[in-house]
Design a protein around this ligand. Structure first.
Ligand code: SF4
Length: 84
């Protein structure tokens, strides 16, 4: 998963570092450090961190796309259920 933080927007509130500490870390005066290639198992925590960021500075590739795919699968599954 690719991850980008708009550091021009980031105000250092540290919500992300609290919610996804394996991906984000506050680093003194330098501000936020993060792993731009986050592991797949961080997906849920990243979603929470992105949602919690007060200035919406966290952008995660695939997060919305995968959510849409899951919704499509749910719909497909629901449509197939009567045939089973
Ligand atoms: S929660 Fe948002 S504003 Fe706060 S440190 Fe993380 S990216 Fe920056």
């Amino acid at each position: 998963m690719r991850l980008v933080v708009d550091l021009n927007r980031c105000q250092g509130y540290a919500q992300c570092a609290f919610l996804a500490p394996d991906v984000f870390a506050m680093h003194g005066d330098e501000g936020l450090l993060y792993d731009p290639q986050a592991e797949e198992e961080q997906r849920e925590r990243l979603a929470q961190a992105a949602a919690a960021c007060p200035v919406q500075a966290i952008l995660v590739d695939d997060l919305d796309r995968d959510r849409t795919r899951e919704q499509d699968q749910d719909r497909t599954g629901a449509a197939e259920a009567p045939d089973a």
